[in-house]
Design a protein around this ligand. Structure first.
Ligand SMILES: NC(=O)c1ccc[n+]([C@@H]2O[C@H](COP(=O)([O-])OP(=O)(O)OC[C@H]3O[C@@H](n4cnc5c(N)ncnc54)[C@H](O)[C@@H]3O)[C@@H](O)[C@H]2O)c1
Length: 455
């Protein structure tokens, strides 16, 4: 276990708190583990290692599996009866948890999913892993987080550690979650412990998992902080202490906004290079030869998923509330959202002028390679733009068989132009590549040949 302090007075001073995994003797590691784990022994022994995770999706289910492997008994609470039934039948709804891993956890009797919030009364730790989407006006929708807090609050026992892992703007734990819970429990002389520890999972990542991705932890006060550090130290290899929940919440927004802005930069740069007939991918490759001060980002059809298109708008909203303006973030959002229209016009430009209603075949509709997640996928807007330009659009995705009322088409590939939006490894493109059909490769993963064009 590595424990890193990034609190005041300065990061460098606190950096002295680091315990390096390799350099630390087993004895010291055990001692520090038991010192922190001892903080969990405030409740009866049967409760001390019972964890309740609210939300069993891309974040909550992998956390459940990691916690079971670390010796916790886990109750996965989800409001979706369908998802709970699927999970309890041993079928994992997400790629990052295999059916085998799930079945092992279920058969160990240390994990089950339920819709029953009252089961949380056995837990010494409760974590929120529910969605934090945008509403119809593209403003933060904290409805699921609010509902989760209100649903579980009546069942929380004295001394429970309550942690929010959901991504949100700074102040969400202190100003929203805590008042909701404290109001429900106002007639009891209970005390709870609170922390924010935003999840950083990258779905489909074979290297970075819940276990080895450093975990930021910011508690409300010393006691909460120590308990939260103890909890995550029992699951994660590296736990980073920050001075408050707000620092942890803001850090998560910064991380994802960093990606949004850099993706927007390269998407804008791609359009500039395209206008001059320069291959932007060659430019990125050339710039990447600089060993310092440059980090490559790839152009694409836009951003998707539950994080990059969403979290930065929590940041812009937060800025607006303070009478500030996060201008660069707003601009980056609008540049990324302009990409589907740009790609649509590039694709239509590859069709012969004699074709009256071009048939466009899109490959890959989910937002990310090897992931079936279609939330906020920019392919939806790409289809809208193509239809607006007079095209008939069909799509193929081996991971998404049905979507938006339509079905994935299979071989033979009959179309006037193909757009490779997302390249899944399960996608067999050989016959497409060998055909004379013009392909707009938005992923820069196909071989260079005359019928293949890149962004
Ligand atoms: N998906 C990612 O890559 C990722 C990465 C890091 C952080 N996050 C953040 O983690 C949080 C969860 O995201 P996710 O991708 O796991 O979402 P998800 O949609 O995959 O899973 C959320 C689950 O919560 C359930 N749920 C919704 N409201 C509920 C309620 N009131 N009570 C109980 N269950 C409820 C849903 O049924 C769903 O199963 C979000 O704040 C997100 O921004 C996501």
């Amino acid at each position: 276990m590595t424990l890193i302090g990034v609190g005041s007075p300065s990061f460098m001073t606190s950096f002295c708190l680091i315990f390096f995994h390799q350099a630390t003797s087993a004895a010291v590691e055990n001692e520090s583990n038991s010192r922190f784990l001892g903080k969990l022994q405030v409740m009866s022994d049967s409760k001390s290692k019972v964890l309740s995770i609210i939300g069993q999706g891309y974040v909550g289910l992998p956390l459940a599996m990691a916690a079971v492997e670390a010796g916790w008994e886990v109750l996965g609470i989800d409001k979706s009866a369908e998802k709970v039934a699927e999970i309890n039948s041993g079928h994992s709804p997400i790629e990052d948890v295999s059916d085998k891993q799930l079945l092992n956890a279920i058969s160990s009797k240390n994990y089950f999913a339920t819709t029953d919030f009252s089961r949380a009364n056995r837990a010494s730790v409760v974590t929120f892993c529910v969605p934090t989407p945008l509403d119809a006006d593209r403003k933060p929708d904290l409805g699921p987080l609010r509902d989760a807090a209100l649903s579980v609050a009546p069942f929380l026992e004295d001394g429970t550690l309550v942690i929010s892992e959901s991504t949100s703007y700074p102040g969400t734990l202190r100003k929203l979650i805590i008042p909701l819970i404290e109001e429900v429990k106002k007639d009891k002389s209970f005390s709870f412990f609170y922390a924010s520890a935003p999840e950083r999972v990258n779905p489909g990542d074979l290297i970075w998992s819940q276990r080895n991705t450093p975990r930021l932890v910011g508690g409300i006060g010393k006691e909460s902080q120590e308990r939260a550090l103890a909890f995550y130290s029992s699951i994660c290899e590296s736990v980073i202490e920050v001075e408050s929940p707000e620092v942890a919440e803001a850090a998560k927004l910064l991380e994802n906004t960093f990606r949004l802005v850099n993706i927007a930069l390269i998407n804008e740069f791609a359009q500039l290079c395209g206008a001059e007939g320069i291959d932007v991918n060659s430019v990125v490759k050339a710039a990447s030869s600089k060993p310092f001060g440059f980090m490559p980002f790839k152009p694409g059809i836009g951003v998707g998923g539950h994080c990059i298109p969403v979290d930065p708008l929590y940041l812009t909203w937060w800025a607006d509330q303070m009478g500030q303006s996060a201008d660069i973030v707003k601009l980056a959002d609008s540049i990324n959202r302009s990409m589907p229209a740009y790609i649509a016009s590039r694709a239509m430009g590859l069709v012969g002028s004699n074709v009256k209603k071009p048939k466009v075949l899109i490959f890959g509709v989910s937002y990310k390679a090897d992931i079936a997640d279609v939330r906020d996928t920019p392919v939806l807007e790409l289809i809208n733009q193509l239809v607006k330009e007079g095209a008939e659009v069909i799509w193929h995705d081996p991971l998404v068989r049905e979507w938006q009322g339509g079905k994935s088409v299979d071989l033979p590939w009959v179309c006037d132009v193909a757009v490779l939006a997302t390249n899944h490894s399960a996608m067999n493109l050989t016959s497409l590549i060998e055909s004379k059909i013009p392909i707009l490769d938005c992923t820069n993963t196909l071989p260079k040949q005359t019928n293949i064009h890149t962004i």
